[in-house]
Ligand binder design. Structure first.
Ligand code: NAG
Ligand code: NAG
Ligand code: NAG
Ligand code: NAG
Ligand code: NAG
Ligand code: NAG
Ligand code: NAG
Ligand code: NAG
Length: 637
């Protein structure tokens, strides 16, 4: 890609951002600062060094070398691991999720590796997991979740496979779950899949999960991970462990925290499903009557807040990044390059250390995770999948103290407005939300008397425009803010984020005999993350994606199939770890074929580019169709 078009796409993103930020009333310092992002943008603008030699990267082998499987990928920052010590890799789980796998997870015993090369259990410098999935046939995107000893450690969604086979691999840093990996336990993977001749679904997911354990070295010692990781899940022995939430009560787990706990953080996984998969495009209830029900618009508004409560008292919230799955909005947009987070959803942190005087008394306490939307009784549709884990650091002293400041309103302030033009031709909706939380305690523990302060400042805007009875929709959303905590004045948690998202979708031809639909999507994930346990993958991440595509369908109504289509995705990605490692990627795909892939930075070899021979600058001929310049007329408004 030339510098000009790269600058253009960045400008377009900045303009979209600027038009929105005026409406968000959070302090300028809350999101990632221009100074923090500048080195990442500068590296992307400069492009890769000229002398790059593209290494051959061989996908998982198939016996048929005339039909190579499609390598599908989500761009991610490879884990930062020691280069100077010993390591070992062990297979943890191998399973085929096919017929009968719905609500029937794979469960295997986990034993800490004992080989000397792995290092002493619990003393690892790093632990990474490699999830590799192969699938061949036709299948929807399916959600999977992985648990060790009932703690969720990975939320992952599948590719939609091809008939000649599709493979994807992603490596995840799980070092901060070290306390779990040090003990025997059960590894449970849910990947509920459906094989059905009636629906022509035959894609089985063949999963291989390996773990790599890195012994500590002088340069790369064991990071200060939690001593205990407790599940905040439903603890089922034989079903998925996240809470499937479709009411306002949410899910509650009991935890027992030892008296010597010195600090404790909740890590939270959260994703919308079914009628909540596209929560950010849901319509405020006040405006639903302006659309015919046949349009299929879903109510309860677009604003969602995931709340964490300790014994019924709000402790912190999550305003999540919208992860778009491979079948999301327009499936052809995401093959072979997925949206950020599809294969490894981001997680979020709430510091519950201010609650330790109550929580750490050696008896059971309730931790509740719930989701608030904008509807009534319940405030959300069905459903959200939410789970958590409590990371606890132990010391010598029994902790005591009191909460001295508590400013945490039960709900965010969300204000909905909108307008309807003559004859209901154009409907506009707007939702603005914000909130501030401040919880402060004086704690007495190992470090003597300490002030522990947890604060959140979050802002949200969502503007939508609908025409053609709701068959055409624009949604522009910006979620940004900061979660921050200090212990004795030192910053232990900082999550400064900005998640702009813009979706245009056009379904006007959907109900025709040979119908079609399409979309154009811009999405950015910009986040500076510093957490106490994440010494190695703390850092700054920017992912900027543009995707657009169309799908042509066969006979309406009935069981419909995609018969042709187009899809193109372009992504710029940059990561700077807090330890100085870097990873940059500039990648594009069109109609199932890679057009461009440059990878540079110190982590390049951990996740190298697609093999040169798979790159075709013009992209593929498409899903039996060429991509026009403006599919379905993606005009700005
Ligand atoms: C939150 O929004 C309300 C109403 O839009 C506004 O009055 C208030 O100042 C905002 N607060 C913050 C912290 O931005
Ligand atoms: C991940 O695992 C797969 C299959 O087990 C293997 O082929 C691949 O090389 C591994 N990738 C990395 C980066 O370790
Ligand atoms: C794909 O699946 C079909 C039908 O199950 C099978 O005949 C074929 O060998 C598979 N191809 C590959 C490359 O695995
Ligand atoms: C799953 O576990 C529950 C609780 O132990 C048990 O009642 C149920 O019978 C189990 N179901 C299956 C299919 O094993
Ligand atoms: C949690 O503890 C309460 C009593 O404190 C009990 O009523 C409840 O059933 C427990 N919940 C679970 C999920 O074990
Ligand atoms: C516009 O929608 C409102 C609310 O459903 C309805 O009462 C009204 O009749 C509609 N107007 C037209 C011209 O369709
Ligand atoms: C997709 O297929 C339909 C039905 O055969 C056809 O009418 C349409 O023109 C095709 N679209 C393209 C762009 O090839
Ligand atoms: C939606 O698609 C239809 C059919 O291709 C097209 O006529 C119309 O202009 C599109 N609408 C917008 C707003 O782009």
């Amino acid at each position: 890609m030339s510098a000009t078009s790269r600058t253009f796409s960045k400008m377009r993103f900045l303009q979209a951002l600027l038009s929105l930020t005026a409406a968000v009333l959070v302090p300028a310092k809350a999101k990632p600062s221009p100074e923090e992002l500048a080195p990442l943008y500068a590296a992307l603008d400069k492009g890769p060094p000229d002398d790059l030699t593209l290494e051959r990267r061989v996908p998982l082998s198939t016996n048929d070398d005339t039909v190579a499987p499609l390598v599908d990928l989500q761009v991610y920052a490879p884990p930062v691991v020691p280069q100077d010590g010993s390591k070992c890799t062990v297979e943890l789980l191998k399973h085929d999720f096919g017929d009968g796998s719905y609500n029937n997870p794979a469960i295997v015993a986990y034993t800490p590796p004992t080989d000397k090369a792995c290092g002493q259990p619990g003393n690892w410098a790093a632990v990474t997991l490699n999830l590799t999935v192969y699938s061949n046939g036709t299948q929807y995107d399916r959600l999977s979740s992985l648990y060790l000893s009932h703690v969720e450690i990975w939320r992952h969604s599948s590719a939609e496979p091809t008939k000649t086979g599709t493979i994807w691999t992603i490596v995840k840093d799980v070092t901060h779950y070290g306390a779990l990996f040090a003990k025997h336990g059960d590894l449970l993977m849910d990947f509920s899949n459906i094989i059905s001749a009636d629906y022509a679904l035959d894609g089985v997911f063949h999963v291989i999960l390996t773990g790599t354990f890195y012994a500590p070295t002088a340069l790369f010692p064991k990071p200060p991970v939690a001593d205990l990781v407790l599940p905040v899940t439903n603890l089922s022995p034989n079903q998925t462990n996240f809470f499937a939430i479709d009411d306002d009560a949410g899910g509650t787990a009991n935890v027992t925290v030892p008296r010597a706990a010195q600090q404790a953080f909740l890590e939270i996984y959260a994703s919308g499903n079914s009628a909540e998969e596209f929560w950010y495009l849901n319509t405020p209830d006040e405006f639903l009557p302006y659309f015919p029900s046949s349009t299929g618009l879903i109510g309860k508004g677009p604003f969602r807040e995931v709340q964490a409560l300790v014994d019924g008292t709000l402790a912190g919230v999550v305003w999540p990044h919208a992860v778009i799955y491979t079948g999301g909005i327009t499936p052809t947009n995401w093959r072979p390059l997925t949206a950020y987070g599809t294969y490894d959803q981001p997680t979020y942190f709430v510091d519950v250390t201010p609650f330790l005087p109550v929580l750490a008394d050696g008896t059971e306490h309730r931790i509740t995770l719930r989701v608030r939307g904008q509807g009534e009784d319940p405030t959300i549709n069905s459903n959200w999948y939410v789970s958590g884990s409590l990371h606890v650091w132990l010391g010598k002293t029994e902790v005591s103290g009191t909460i001295t400041t508590y400013i945490a309103p039960t709900d965010a302030l969300a204000v909905t407005s909108g307008s309807v033009s003559a004859n209901n031709a154009t409907v506009r909706t707007s939702v603005i939300a914000n909130r501030s939380i401040l919880i402060e305690s004086v704690l007495h523990g190992d470090k003597g008397k300490q002030i522990v302060r947890f604060e959140q400042q979050l802002g949200y805007t969502n503007e939508q425009k609908y025409v053609s009875d709701g068959w055409v929709q624009w949604g522009v959303q910006l979620t940004e803010g900061t979660t921050r905590s200090t212990h004795g004045g030192a910053v232990v948690l900082r999550d400064a984020f900005s998640y702009p998202l813009s979706v245009f979708s056009n379904y006007t031809l959907y109900e025709m005999q040979f119908g079609a639909y399409g979309s154009a999507i811009d999405q950015t994930y910009s986040r500076v993350l510093q957490t106490p346990a994440f010494a190695h993958d703390s850092g700054t991440t920017v992912s900027i994606q543009h995707a657009q595509g169309t799908v042509g369908l066969d006979d309406w109504p009935g069981l419909r199939h995609a018969i042709n289509g187009t899809g193109a995705t372009d992504q710029q990605f940059a990561f700077h770890s807090s330890t100085g490692a870097t990873y940059y990627r500039s990648i594009a795909a069109r109609n199932d074929v890679w057009m461009r892939d440059s990878v540079w930075g110190s982590l390049r070899d951990e996740e190298p580019p697609v093999p040169k021979e798979q790159i075709k600058p013009g992209g593929g001929p498409g899903f039996r169709r060429e991509l026009g310049p403006e599919p379905l007329g993606c005009r700005a408004w």
